[in-house]
Design a protein around this ligand. Structure first.
Ligand SMILES: Cc1cc2nc3c(=O)[nH]c(=O)nc-3n(C[C@H](O)[C@H](O)[C@H](O)COP(=O)(O)OP(=O)(O)OC[C@H]3O[C@@H](n4cnc5c(N)ncnc54)[C@H](O)[C@@H]3O)c2cc1C
Length: 458
C-alpha cells in the first residue's frame, strides 16, 4: 500500500480501534493507538466491560479478520480457541424454531473476548509503525484550517498535564463512550443526525465447566421472540470453559444476578438436556451483569462541512443490540471499507469513508432494528415493510427448522455473509411460504442429520 500520510491517531484499542489501526498501517508512516486502559489485559478490562460476556464473531467477521491478519485463526486456535462446525456443533433456536443441523462450509473459531482482542492486539502491535499509547484519556480534538489536526489527551497519573498529539488523521474508536459528536457540535458542526431504538437489554454471564459427558455441544443459542423477550447463549471457549450468557429486556425479563434467580432464568430457555448439564457444571466465576440501553446509529455521511482528517468507527459510529452478535463483525466491515478508501488516496477521504461505510451498515442495521421491533415491548415505528419482513422471517425460521438448505441460507444471512435479499430467492421463498410444496426436503433433512456425528448429542 502506498503511503498517503505521515501520522494517524486511533482513539481506543477495542476491536474496532485495533482493526482500523491494521487498515491504516502502511498508509500512514506512523499509527498511534491511544487507549485509556494500560497495557495488555489478560482477563477482561475496565474499558471493555462487555468483555466478560459471550462474544461470537460472525462468519463474515472471521473471514475479514483472517484476510487482514493472515494466520490469526491458527494463532487463536494455538491459544486455545475452540473450533466448531456451526451446522453440526451449534444448536440455534430463533423465533422458537431450532435450525436443522447440517454440514456447513464455514468453521467457527470460538474465543472469549479477552483472548480474541489479545491475539489481535499482539498482531497489530507488531506491524511496522504501529505504537500503543496506553493510560491516556482522550479529552478533545485539535483543529485548524477547517480540519482536525490531532487530539488532546490527559495521562492517567495524578497531576499529569494534558498532552497534544498532532496527526494527519484522527479515528474515533472509543465505543459508545466516543464523544466526537459532542466535540463536533461544540466546534459548530452539529448536530450529527442520529437514529436510536431504545431496547433496554440487560445481560448476565457466568463462566462454567460442563461435565465431561455433557452433550450440550459447542454453542447453544436461544434467541428472543415476540412474547418471550429473553435469550441465552452458551458458548465453548478456551480453557475448557463455556460462557453462559442470559439476556432479556429490562424490567420483567431482566436476568437476575443472584445464583438461584440466574438458574431459574436459564431453566426457562435451555433445552431440558442442556439444562441438566448446566446443573451439573462447575462454577468458574461470579455472575457479571451489563446493561445496554439502545441501538444507536450516527449519520455522519449526512453532514455538510464535516472537517477533514476525522473518521469514526465501531460502536462510536453505530452500535447494535448485542443479542445479534454483529458489533465486532461490523467493525471488520468498516475497517475493510476504510482500506478500500485508503487505496484511492487521501483526497476527500472523510466524505468517501462515511459514504462507503454507511452503505456497509445498512443491511446489519435494518436487520437488527426490524428484529428488535418484532418485540412488542420495544418502542418504535413499525412500518408496513417492517411488519411484512418480520412475518416473512418468521416463516423462513420455521422452514429452517425442517429444511437444511433454508437453514444454511438463513445462517449465511445472519452471519452477514449474504445480504438479506437472498432470503427472497424463489427457491427459499417457495419452501418458506409453501412448506408442503417441497416434498423432497424433509427426506433430505433426515439424511443430512443422520450424517452428523452424535458427539453433539442433540
Ligand atoms: C453484553 C455485550 C455482548 C456483546 N456480544 C457481542 C457478540 O457476541 N459479538 C459481537 O460481534 N459483538 C458483541 N458485542 C458488541 C462488541 O462488544 C462491540 O461492538 C465491539 O467490541 C466493537 O466495539 P468498539 O471497539 O467500537 O468499542 P469498545 O469495545 O467499547 O472499545 C472502546 C475502547 O475505547 C477506549 N476508550 C473509551 N473512551 C476513551 C477515552 N476517552 N480515551 C481513551 N480511550 C477510550 C475503551 O477503554 C475501549 O478500549 C457485545 C456488546 C455487549 C455490550
Amino acid at each position: 500500500m502506498r503511503s498517503i500520510g505521515e501520522h494517524a491517531v486511533v482513539l481506543g484499542a477495542g476491536m474496532a480501534g485495533l482493526l482500523v489501526a491494521r487498515a491504516l498501517a502502511g498508509a500512514y508512516e506512523r499509527v498511534t493507538v491511544v487507549e485509556r486502559d494500560r497495557g495488555r489485559a489478560d482477563g477482561w478490562r475496565k474499558g471493555v466491560p462487555q468483555g466478560r460476556h459471550a462474544h461470537i464473531l460472525l462468519p463474515r467477521g472471521q473471514r475479514i479478520l483472517e484476510d487482514m491478519l493472515p494466520g490469526v485463526e491458527a494463532e487463536l486456535i494455538g491459544a486455545g480457541a475452540v473450533v466448531a462446525d456451526p451446522g453440526a456443533d451449534h444448536r440455534f433456536t430463533l423465533g422458537g424454531h431450532t435450525l436443522a443441523r447440517r454440514r456447513g462450509a464455514e468453521r467457527a473459531i470460538q474465543a472469549s473476548r479477552p483472548l480474541l482482542e489479545g491475539v489481535v492486539r499482539d498482531r497489530v502491535g507488531a506491524l511496522p509503525g504501529v505504537r500503543f499509547a496506553g493510560g491516556r484519556d482522550v479529552v478533545g480534538l485539535l483543529t485548524g484550517q477547517g480540519r482536525v489536526t490531532g487530539v488532546q489527551v490527559v495521562p492517567r497519573a495524578v497531576g499529569a498535564a494534558a498532552e497534544e498529539i498532532r496527526a494527519d488523521l484522527v479515528v474515533d474508536a472509543m465505543g459508545r463512550a466516543g464523544r466526537t459528536r459532542y466535540w463536533l457540535e461544540r466546534l459548530g458542526h452539529g448536530p450529527v443526525p442520529r437514529e436510536e431504538v431504545k431496547v433496554a437489554v440487560a445481560y448476565a454471564t457466568r463462566p462454567i465447566r460442563l461435565p465431561l459427558d455433557s452433550g450440550a455441544g459447542k454453542a447453544v443459542v436461544v434467541g428472543p421472540r415476540p412474547g418471550s423477550p429473553r435469550g441465552m447463549a452458551m458458548v465453548a471457549v478456551e480453557g475448557d470453559r463455556h460462557l453462559l450468557t442470559i439476556a432479556g429486556l429490562d424490567g420483567a425479563n431482566r436476568p437476575p444476578a443472584d445464583e438461584e434467580g440466574f438458574l431459574d432464568f436459564v431453566r426457562t430457555l435451555a433445552p431440558p438436556e442442556v439444562f441438566e448439564s448446566i446443573l451439573a457444571a462447575e462454577v468458574l466465576g461470579e455472575i457479571a451483569s451489563h446493561r445496554y440501553p439502545s441501538d444507536l446509529r450516527n449519520h455522519y455521511e449526512r453532514m455538510r462541512g464535516l472537517p477533514a482528517g476525522l473518521l469514526v468507527t465501531g460502536d462510536a459510529l453505530c452500535s447494535f443490540n448485542p443479542v445479534y452478535a454483529q458489533g465486532m463483525t461490523v467493525a471488520c466491515l468498516e475497517a475493510e471499507a476504510l482500506r478500500r478508501c485508503l487505496d484511492a488516496g487521501p483526497r476527500g477521504l472523510t466524505r468517501r469513508y462515511f459514504r462507503t461505510v454507511a452503505k456497509a451498515l445498512n443491511d446489519p442495521w435494518r436487520m437488527a432494528v426490524a428484529a428488535d421491533l418484532s418485540m412488542p415491548e420495544v418502542e418504535g415505528r413499525r412500518t408496513p415493510a417492517i411488519r411484512l419482513l418480520n412475518a416473512y422471517v418468521g416463516r423462513v425460521q420455521a422452514a429452517a427448522a425442517r429444511d437444511t438448505g433454508v437453514a444454511e441460507q438463513f445462517f449465511r444471512v445472519i452471519g452477514l455473509l449474504d445480504p438479506p435479499a437472498t432470503l427472497l430467492r424463489p427457491s427459499i421463498a417457495a419452501r418458506a411460504l409453501c412448506p408442503s410444496g417441497s416434498p423432497a426436503r424433509p427426506a433430505r433433512t433426515r439424511r443430512m442429520a443422520a450424517a452428523v456425528p452424535r458427539d453433539g448429542g442433540f
